[in-house]
Write a protein of this length. Sequence first.
Length: 289
Amino acid sequence: MAKWTVRLARAGGKACAHSACACSDRRPAYGVRRRWPPGRRCLHGAAAFALISSLIFCNAPSSAASESEDVTTALTLAGFLRAARTVISENQSLINDPEAGDKGLTGAVVLEKAKAKFREASGKDPQSVDSNSREGRLLSSQMAAVVEVMDENQTTINRKGLGFKGFVPAVFARLVNERFRAKAGQEADIKVTAPRRLIRNRKALPDSWENGIIEEKLVLPDWPKNQMYTAETEKKGRTAFRVLLPEYYGQGCLKCHGGPKGDIDVTGYPKEGGQLGELGGVISISLFR
Ligand code: HEC
């Protein structure tokens, strides 16, 4: 969590008025609609900093609180998705085992393991999130999505005599995000996307705003590792607070996404020729206002 920092895009490239503001982003942000009202200045140095030590807020005071809540909510959802995906990843050999029948990876079991992973990674107890808050409601929907996806895939996962079953973390995450959308799509959206040239499943294609930020910021060698990008923009005709969290190829990813480029991997897709440490994906979260 501490590694994540925020760069908040400001409307129309308007500079923050605070003398100590570290925001260097002076270029017009993609699709950012909000304008700074006259007389409003950035709230640097105020309570917004309590959230993450390295958080950079340049914004109108009236919306700073809701923005800090939005960031917290987005990080919780991204963190829980990552936690659940890690559980699948750690059980990949078990899932792929053609001899084992019942793997014991029910929805309830995976949920408990994911909660533990989330606690471990973030230091935050998911149980401590107020279930009446928006963060709590969305997290509950996400947890329910995890449980349903696991329960619905028991036949596949427990099938004897078949090794690789196609149930890999990325597929699991997509199914969870689709189910989350069905439950909470009016309020929020979670998607795992990537630079266009790396996309396998068309459903994961970045939209034009995501693509713009990915290509003009996140892929650049000087973009700080793991630094998220946030902005208030319009999405599907609604105002949304959007967060993009970069993810990088680790060694384990390269057996499918690495080289030689074009060779077919175990899942049947041509490998992308990705490099260790390269931007391989982006978790994209939208919170509708
Ligand atoms: C066993 C092979 C395999 C491994 C290992 C693997 N992936 Fe994938 N990845 C896939 C498949 C298959 C898909 C398409 C999933 C789908 O149908 O939605 C995918 C999709 C993705 C996507 C979504 C965008 C898209 O192309 O559809 C991202 C991002 C991604 N992988 C990143 C990673 C990262 C990062 C790692 C390592 C932590 C990793 N993958 C490890 C097979 C793999």
